[in-house]
Ligand binder design. Sequence first.
Ligand code: C2E
Ligand code: MG
Ligand code: MG
Ligand code: MG
Length: 284
Amino acid sequence: ESKQLGKNTFSYYSKELHEEALRKTSILTGLKDAIEQESFDLHFQPKVNLSNGKVESAEALLRWSRDNPSGFMPDEFIPILESTELIHEIGKWVIDEACRVCKKWHDAGFDQLCISVNVSSVQFMRNSFKTHVFNALKKYDLAPEFLEIELTEHVLIQHNATITAQLKSLKDLGIQLSIDDFVTGYSNLSYLINFKVDTIKLDKSFILELNTSKNHFAVVKAVIQMAHILNLNVVAEGVETTAVRNILVNLKCDFAQGYLWSKAVPEKQFIDSLESFNKVLTVS
Ligand code: C2E
Ligand code: MG
Ligand code: MG
Ligand code: MG
């Protein structure tokens, strides 16, 4: 009987795998068309300074906004792009578009706003990445300190000469470096000392549980203390409630992002809503 069960289990999984492969191939075809037809947009989510309630920055998040009938989100399509050359093409566009929008905001008088861009490890491992950054900053005449790149720990734990050299030249240029999804990856923290990291970004899986789980609270508290000893800023992502926001203020977390203020929105809506984001912040 157990043999029977094993057999069923096997065919069940291979069917699943087959469907998964088909699904991936069909998304990939859609993605190729989408790149050709420029069906992507960047949306922007405010990052709030918790000490004064002001929006000081925006995270650019990729959206496949046209001809995407299944409504695929980045968590689903970015890994597929990463398995092909397309990630480099789209990644280059993301950097360019983020710099363009940031410069536009500056020209409109919001001249202190910074912009963060997510960069996947395959993208960062390529030598030409820094050239894309240099070119975009130059093209829009944007000062490097207004641009932040968000990398995950996966990038920094690899002892790879390209990565080290690339990080050094980007830091020498003056861009900001943030570690995304912090604490979901590795526990070897030596890269915090070996590289010029500016900011740690606490993963939302910790923040969402902050007011319901003692253990999550303890980890968040410890990370904030450690970061401050190392002179790093801490951003909490996934702040959805005032209860969580208040805990973060008490823990002296530096910045926050989350649906409490806004989801990621198009560039015009972002600028038009700046005042209202600030209002949410000042209500305790
Ligand atoms: P991430 O960089 O960690 O971004 C945070 C994700 O959490 C975003 O999902 C954001 O919309 C979502 N989020 C923000 N506030 C809240 C909240 O209060 N509650 C909850 N539950 N979620 C919140 P999104 O936009 O779907 O992006 C998912 C991931 O895809 C990103 O995670 C990032 O790793 C990747 N990604 C997005 N855009 C790009 C891009 O342009 N390039 C690359 N390489 N990766 C990107
Ligand atoms: Mg991010
Ligand atoms: Mg994150
Ligand atoms: Mg994430």
